[in-house]
Design a protein around this ligand. Structure first.
Ligand SMILES: Nc1ncnc2c1ncn2[C@@H]1O[C@H](COP(=O)(O)OP(=O)(O)OP(=O)(O)O)[C@@H](O)[C@H]1O
Ligand SMILES: [Mg+2]
Length: 246
């Protein structure tokens, strides 16, 4: 469903991706880990089209999207949620999800009329709210929600784009243990045929969710393997997990 082949990118003299490759089958759960500045978010920027690669290819469901603009990649099936909040704080959860939906359906120009005129979009927003476990907050302005719940809504914005491949950048960053568990439940409850790539610092989340893990270090793939293989790897322990005993 997602193939990343030999992706490379430098910012002037700084190499942030060097021949990065991995592939994820339909419904696969793939994690990307690595130290701060390893190039994880840049990898998502390359996949989603926010940054142009110097070399390499990105294939989504058999379609080469490497030369496509970000919006064309969304239509090809890619959606992402960001490391930092991207919501409209004064709008309710329902309005945020409905807005994302309306934009996705190409109906943004009519969206600012009263929402009651757009029953199908509202129903889609309610359905999304259920899928991200925030149905009880539909009428709450986003700024009144806890940080963790806001990040759940953020995932909803990405799901509104009906992706085949969902890219999640540190979905549990800054969360309390309780908020982390809620996000884990959300991700774990997503449809089995949705392909998910997650950047994550919390190793419990990585090892609980991912079938395969790519370890990035200075823009290169240090290792790819199962969570067990990564946990057992000496080089990963030394470079990333702090060099302690397992
Ligand atoms: N547009 C840019 N121009 C120049 N340098 C950039 C740009 N984007 C990222 N970088 C640099 O590339 C390196 C990788 O950054 P990136 O944000 O991809 O790391 P990361 O692995 O996501 O880190 P973190 O764990 O802190 O989120 C960093 O040194 C960063 O400063
Ligand atoms: Mg990052």
């Amino acid at each position: 469903m997602l193939e990343v082949q030999d992706l490379s990118k430098s910012f002037h003299t700084l190499t942030v991706a060097y021949e990065v490759s991995f592939s994820v089958p339909r419904g696969g759960r793939h994690a990307v880990i690595g130290p701060n500045g390893a190039g994880k978010t840049t990898l998502f920027n390359l996949i989603a089209g926010a940054v142009a690669p110097d070399g390499g290819e990105i294939i989504v469901d058999g379609v080469d999207v490497t030369g496509m603009a970000p919006d064309a990649r969304v239509r090809a099936g890619l959606a992402r949620s960001y490391q930092h909040n991207n919501l409209f704080p004064e709008m309710t959860v329902r309005e945020n999800l409905a807005a994302a939906r309306a934009v996705h359906e190409g109906r943004a120009p009519v969206f600012w009329r009263p929402l009651g005129n757009f029953g199908d979009i509202l129903r889609a927003a309610e359905d999304l709210a259920r899928r991200i476990n925030v149905a009880e907050h539909l009428d709450t302005p986003v700024r009144q929600l806890s940080y963790g719940t806001q990040r759940q809504v953020e995932v909803g914005l990405a799901l509104a784009l009906e992706p085949k491949v969902l890219l999640l950048d540190e979905p549990t960053a800054g969360m309390s243990p309780e908020e982390t568990r809620a996000m884990q439940a959300l991700i774990g409850g997503l449809p089995a045929d949705l392909t998910i790539v997650v950047i994550e610092h919390d190793m419990d989340v990585v090892f609980g969710l991912a079938e395969r893990v790519t370890v990035l270090d200075y823009g290169t793939v240090l290792l790819e393997g199962t969570p067990g293989e990564v946990r057992a790897s000496d080089v990963v322990r030394q470079r990333y997990l702090g060099g302690g005993t397992p």
